[in-house]
Ligand binder design. Structure first.
Ligand code: ZN
Length: 161
């Protein structure tokens, strides 16, 4: 387990399409452990593999601090409603911006054992799912911000409501 370096906006790796995971390997298992450690260390609620420089379709999310989800090859299968609120990203430190997302999201993914499951969430969890899955397609929230990016105190630079 280790903390990995988080890539920041301007790094071309954050704009690339990620490749699906075909099979679980010790290396990918280690990557996932490191992603969780790195997310918690940075006080984030989500982290996508390209943010630590790996172009694989892997996301970790934990909006409560005690309920981590690992999403491998995730796909959104249902969205509903709308929420508009502040969003941030560990790859865009010290900033936040207003983004409109679905209020309810259902996604399918594989877990660490490559077993399919569905994850369903509202509000912050729905927002985190959309935000992290965008990373896998090389998209950053800054392109969806309504108005201007705002400066935030460093302690608030995670993806919070
Ligand atoms: Zn992000």
């Amino acid at each position: 387990m280790a903390i990995r370096n988080i890539r920041e906006i301007g790094d071309p790796i954050l704009e690339k399409e990620c490749k699906p995971v075909k099979e679980m390997t010790p290396r990918i298992r280690e990557l996932i452990e490191d992603m969780l450690d790195t997310m918690y260390e940075a006080n984030g609620v989500g982290l996508a593999a390209p943010q630590v420089g790996i172009l694989k379709r892997i996301v970790v999310i934990d909006v409560t601090g005690e309920d981590p989800y690992v999403l491998i090859n995730p796909e959104i299968i249902e969205t509903d409603g709308e929420q508009t609120g502040p969003e941030g990203c560990l790859s865009v430190p010290g900033k936040s911006g207003i983004v409109t997302r679905p209020n309810h999201v259902k996604a399918k993914a594989l877990d660490v054992n490559m077993h399919p499951y569905e994850i369903e969430g509202e509000e912050l969890l729905a927002r985190a799912i959309c935000h992290e899955l965008d990373h896998l397609d090389g998209k950053l929230y800054v392109d969806k911000v309504e108005g201007e990016l705002q400066d935030v105190m460093p302690v608030q630079e995670d993806e919070e409501e």
